[in-house]
Design a binder for this molecule. Structure first.
Ligand code: TA6
Length: 282
């Protein structure tokens, strides 16, 4: 079957399903411009989506790839992770060939965003699906007359059978700040990262791709434009505090995020910035 794109309802909200080569598929919702599912031709789902996720826009959807902008986490006065996650985006472009399906969603400032953050901007999220790979690109344009700063992330929730069996390679030697460990700055000295408890790390200036290995899963994770990599798992205690996560949800997920955290981006008037995260099932 040739790649195609269809409009669907996904948990009651408007979404697009990308049907890619060899039976690969992905779903992106207009709420939040959020990728919510990615399946490779073997039928394996690679993104975690909480079974208690809320889809009415009152809170961000817990799972998939939330878009955090113009603030990462609580590093400022804005709502946590900014304000794009609960806003409606619109479809800007759809394209298919024999090898891929691609959609672009867009959003711009309005009265509600300007009430929180006094800047004018437009943003796009582009999802490109190939047989064994997705590319998610986030682009921001400063449409106003003055420069602004931002931080942000593609807050990717990867699905695992059991996080304790996973090993994340590629972060060796990089410095990180761990919010789950008193914000201490540490240099990673292990050859691979094994999750053995709550962690909430921002790795700085990461130049290498990561490889997530777990049982028969091998996933390559690469980013462009985003200098930092965030690795987050809430573990038992973090999950207990989240209404939209089941008690054992921590076990089936690991966030590996393409992020801008340590050094905000300064975007001059009229300029454009973009960053991308690529996930490849190998
Ligand atoms: O990216 C990691 C993080 O900033 C963690 O501190 C954790 O709280 C997570 O994001 C989820 O944030 P949320 O607002 O979606 O509950």
């Amino acid at each position: 079957m040739k790649p195609s794109i269809e409009t669907i309802q996904f948990h009651g909200i408007d979404a697009l399903r990308l049907n890619g080569p060899r039976g690969a598929s992905a779903v992106i919702s207009t709420l939040g411009g959020q990728v919510l599912s990615w399946q490779t031709p073997d039928g394996r789902e690679h993104l975690y989506l909480s079974e208690q996720a809320v889809f009415d826009g009152s809170v961000p959807i817990r799972g998939g790839i939330p878009v955090c902008f113009p603030q990462f986490s609580s590093l400022g006065d804005l709502p946590k992770h900014g304000f794009l996650r609960t806003r409606p985006w619109s479809v800007n472009a759809e394209r298919c060939s024999d090898d891929f399906a691609l959609v672009t969603l867009e959003i711009a400032d309005d009265e509600a965003t300007r009430a929180l953050w006094p800047h004018t901007f437009s943003a796009e999220i582009t999802l490109m699906l190939e047989a064994d790979r997705i590319d998610v690109e986030f682009c921001v344009v400063n449409t106003g007359g003055e420069a602004f700063d931002f931080t942000g992330a593609l807050h990717t929730y990867l699905r695992l059978v059991q996080v304790e069996d996973a090993a994340l390679e590629g972060l060796h030697g990089y410095e990180y700040r761990d919010a789950a460990d008193g914000d201490r700055i540490i240099r990673d000295s292990g050859t691979e990262l094994i999750v053995e408890g709550m962690l909430d790390r921002v790795y700085h200036d990461v130049k290498r791709p990561q490889m997530l290995q777990a049982g028969n899963l091998s996933l390559a994770i690469q980013s462009q434009g985003f200098p930092d990599v965030v690795v987050w798992n809430p573990w038992v205690e973090g999950c207990a505090g989240m209404k939209d996560m089941p008690a054992d949800g921590w076990r089936q997920m690991l966030c590996v995020e393409a992020a801008i955290v340590r050094q905000p981006v300064m975007l001059p008037a009229g300029e454009e910035w973009y960053g991308r995260q690529t996930l490849v099932a190998v």
